[in-house]
Design a protein around this ligand. Structure first.
Ligand code: NZQ
Ligand code: ZN
Length: 388
């Protein structure tokens, strides 16, 4: 197990009706709020009215930035930062899924940045301070509600860049599973795949000696595999929504990664799919994962797959190791299939392979030579090809 420093500043209010605490949380930081949200789901569900009522009742003034895109754009970040300056905003309040929360994180940082916000995203070490963020989560997926990441897209350059900084942890996040009842089946499935991907990135990174974290990861994976399909079929199942929501936070809040260091190649590959084709993040991951798993399965990694197969899926431990590993990969794919996620890039509208080379170069970034199974540009093109 490697050395680590662990500190999560985000406070969580979890459960039915916890939104009532919002004014108290806001008032710790001020009384001028920028509400940030996406395409209208919060208006359809009534959550918007609840929030406005709570803010008005408590004399908290508010401005609104709506229309945050899935795979949020830098242009929206710039607009939000301008609004914060114009209105003297003291707290940024995203209400939505990962895209909305990520956009809010970038807005809160861009507010203090004297320059083009995209330059800040490209080199986030330039950030010194950010406005406080209080998030209200409506979709269990990214873990942005309790993590130090934000991912922003630039349509013009076809780049999708993730920042990671302790500055961007939300101060508070309100997690009411009932707000996720309205998430459509497709987004529920994609969100579950995303949670699983966050765990896979760490579980398969190859650092040994983390027995405790490995067993916790298996429990988190079992939760997704059990409750993902249930939430897809019965959207108002409270236990399914609650367990998925809390798992989304713990999959990426750093705890399972303590003592490990992970290169996150599946995400690097998926972010190119979203950057070039604006695909749904979790669906892109679900297509990539079984192919990536097959690619990294070898004598060096087989024991990790064996643990995964036995402890997560209950595969017979008496079988040959490679057989267990291959069955575990098949079962992973079955989970995605059972939630209705298709399994080819063609099925999500990618019609040619013309961008695979440049996407592979970008996914490679500074290189994946140190990964448990070193990945080259040719390997990544091969993985895209196999997914096609
Ligand atoms: O736009 P609205 O109306 O909010 O609708 C959204 C959107 O269409 C809808 N939705 C959300 N909550 C809903 C709902 N519809 C009905 N009822 C509700 N309660 O779902 C759609 C997708 O929302 P989005 O926020 O885009 O999804 P997600 O949470 O999966 O976020 C994806 C983004 O997060 C990034 C991804 O790359 C992508 O840009 N990621 C962020 C990470 C992080 N911050 O740590 C890590 C992840 O790996 C990921 O890269
Ligand atoms: Zn993800």
């Amino acid at each position: 197990m490697q050395n680590f420093y662990y500190d999560i500043p985000t406070k969580i209010a979890f459960g039915k009706g916890e939104i009532a605490k919002l004014p108290k949380f806001v008032k710790e930081f001020g009384n001028k709020v920028l509400i940030v949200y996406g395409g209208g789901s919060i208006k359809r569900t009534g959550l918007y009215d609840t929030v406005i009522h709570l803010l008005d009742e408590n004399d908290i003034s508010h401005e609104e930035l709506s229309g945050v895109e899935p795979n949020p754009r830098i242009t929206t970040v710039a607009k939000g930062a301008d609004m914060c300056r114009e209105h003297g905003i003291q707290v940024v309040l995203p209400i939505g899924g990962g895209s909305t929360i990520d956009c809010a994180k970038a807005i809160a940082a861009a507010y203090y940045f004297d320059g083009d916000p995209w330059d800040l995203i490209c080199d986030f070490s330039q950030a010194t301070e950010i406005l406080p963020i209080i998030s209200v989560l409506t979709l269990a997926a990214t873990g942005s509600e309790m993590d130090l990441f934000a991912v922003i897209s630039n349509e013009e350059t076809k780049d999708k860049i993730g920042i990671g900084s302790p500055l961007v942890y939300p101060k508070y996040s309100i997690l009411d599973p009932e707000y996720t009842y309205s998430v459509p089946k497709y987004q529920t499935a994609a969100g579950t795949a995303d949670i699983m991907a966050h765990i896979f990135e760490v579980y398969f990174c190859g650092i040994q000696g983390t027995f405790m974290q490995d067993r916790i990861m298996e429990a988190l994976l079992k939760t997704c595999i059990h409750y993902g399909p249930i939430a897809c079929e019965k959207p108002d199942d409270y236990d399914a929504r609650a367990n998925l929501m809390w798992t989304s936070s713990w999959a990426i809040n750093g705890m399972i990664a303590c003592g490990k260091s992970a290169a996150w190649p599946i995400h690097a590959m998926e972010h190119q799919l979203s950057a070039y084709y604006d695909v749904t993040h979790g669906h892109g991951l679900a297509i990539l994962i079984p192919v990536w798993m097959k690619h990294i399965l070898n004598d060096k990694t087989v024991d990790i797959f064996v643990n995964y197969g036995i402890n997560v899926f209950g595969i017979d431990r008496e079988l040959d190791k490679m057989e267990i590993a291959n069955k575990a990969i098949e079962k992973t794919k079955e989970v995605f299939d059972s939630m209705g996620l298709s399994d080819t890039l063609r099925s999500i509208g990618i019609e040619t392979k013309e961008n695979f080379e440049v996407m592979a170069e970008k996914a490679l970034g500074d290189g994946l030579d140190d990964y448990i199974v070193p990945l080259t540009k040719a390997d990544i093109i091969h993985i895209y090809d196999e997914c096609f």
